[in-house]
Design a protein around this ligand. Sequence first.
Ligand code: AMP
Length: 213
Amino acid sequence: MRIILFGPPGVGKGTQAKLLSEKYKVKHISTGDILRAEIGDQTELGKKAKIILEAGQLVPDDIMIGIIKRVLSSNCCENGFILDGFPRTTAQAEALEKLFKELKLNLDAVIYLDVNEDEITKRLSNRYSCLNCGKIYNSEYDSIPDNVCPECGGTVYQRDDDKPHTVLSRLKVYRKSTEPVRLYYEKTGKLHVVDGIGTVEEVNNKIFSILER
Ligand code: AMP
């Protein structure tokens, strides 16, 4: 199972990718999580990425393509993977296609989660996640007493780039650089559009029914 989960920020890619990776027992590869780990470890890449993420901009293609090459070539992904947050530009999509050819891999599906911008802005401002297990919460519906994760006891926090002014930049960047990737995959016939409005379970069922076909 090799899938790309695609769509604007805050559309639910991370939540759905986690559920899919549990169901199909394949690796969840989130490029945002990889970058946040580098930032946490204060590596050279992390120091550069911190400034870019806080501005709501994209990390340069050559860096991101290098990261994906390393991850997909490692033995963590032999059973398959869910890509979440990559590709985000047409250049990344082209490099990924080339890499699939080199590694003799087949892309099964691209799931595009579709949610309108008003809902996205609301979701991002209510989004919290666990530093330890990565579970994502919505402060409107979920109760998180003392910011302690009900699943694992880790600390629940709000990402800096989910604050309102960064969200505006991220949406602008999405429209300019990432939306064209949708067209790229439309042409391959592998793109499935899923309405991302609804409960986590409802959206999950829609994705499963596409993948089971
Ligand atoms: P995410 O967790 O997927 O929302 O990603 C958070 C941030 O990491 C994005 O706003 C970008 O700054 C950066 N990022 C993640 N994936 C990529 C990518 N494929 N290309 C460029 N920047 C990325």
